[in-house]
Design a binder for this molecule. Structure first.
Ligand code: DC
Length: 225
């Protein structure tokens, strides 16, 4: 028997990781956060003094990036970069922006494709990202496109950042999300798009529990559980 795969795509701050985690917990499958892979690449570039925007610089270094993904059972997806666990360095505004910038370079996307597809070949997975249903796993059994109004997303992201002690404002978070939305949806390779066969779920007007319920209903119907 083959493995099933569930793709959850959508813009930054739509709640993809919360939904993906809930679905994976319910089904007992692997949850792969693909944004963390792009964040790890951005971290490497910044560490090496290369701007994530610098296409030539990034292309020169991309082959030095060795990424290992581990799930040691603490509920956290650990990102190992060239032997070092960099998980705790990845969720800052600088890495969010850097990940969006490196992810626009075709060579980066190409290198990361196999890593992502390999996970789906060997496991039942729910993966969240921007191009999972369109490019990485075009044959995914379930495709969800999760969206919410940008102001709602900014409010949620602000609360998340403040809870982690980051000093920022609503205006800053909103500008950052708008910039990422624009870059992620207009890049030439694998832009953020709703796959034609994806189910679009807008969570602007509903809380986490209701969103999870709606998504689980789609998953259960498609997987015929
Ligand atoms: O989901 P996230 O915020 O951690 O993703 C960070 C950036 O990585 C996002 O702005 C665009 C890029 N990304 C991508 O291009 N494709 C993916 N499948 C996942 C993330």
């Amino acid at each position: 028997m083959g493995f099933y795969s569930i793709a959850i795509d959508g813009p930054s701050g739509a709640g993809k990781s919360t939904m993906a985690r809930a679905v994976a917990a319910k089904l007992g499958c692997v949850y792969l956060d693909t944004g963390a892979i792009y964040r790890t690449v951005a971290y490497h570039m910044i560490l090496m003094g290369i701007s994530p925007k610098d296409r030539d610089g990034v292309n020169r270094l991309i082959d030095d990036v060795n990424i290992d993904i581990r799930f040691p059972g603490d509920g956290v997806q650990h990102m190992i970069l060239n032997g070092f666990d960099v998980t705790d360095e990845l969720r800052t505004p600088e890495m969010s922006r850097g990940a969006s910038q490196v992810s626009a370079h075709p060579a980066v996307r190409e290198v990361l494709l196999d890593l992502q597809r390999d996970m789906a070949k060997k496991n039942n997975v729910v993966m969240d990202g921007r191009d999972i249903g369109t490019v990485v796993l075009p044959d995914a059994d379930v495709k969800i496109f999760l969206t919410a109004d940008v102001k709602v997303r900014a409010k949620r992201r602000l609360a998340e950042l403040q809870a982690r002690g980051e000093k920022t404002t609503f205006a800053e978070v909103l500008a950052d999300l708008e910039e990422r939305d624009e870059r992620d949806s207009t890049r030439a390779v694998a832009p953020l798009r709703c796959a034609p066969d994806a189910v679009r779920v807008d969570t602007s007007d509903c809380g986490i529990d209701e969103s999870v319920r709606r998504i689980l209903a789609v998953v259960e119907e498609k997987l015929a559980l």
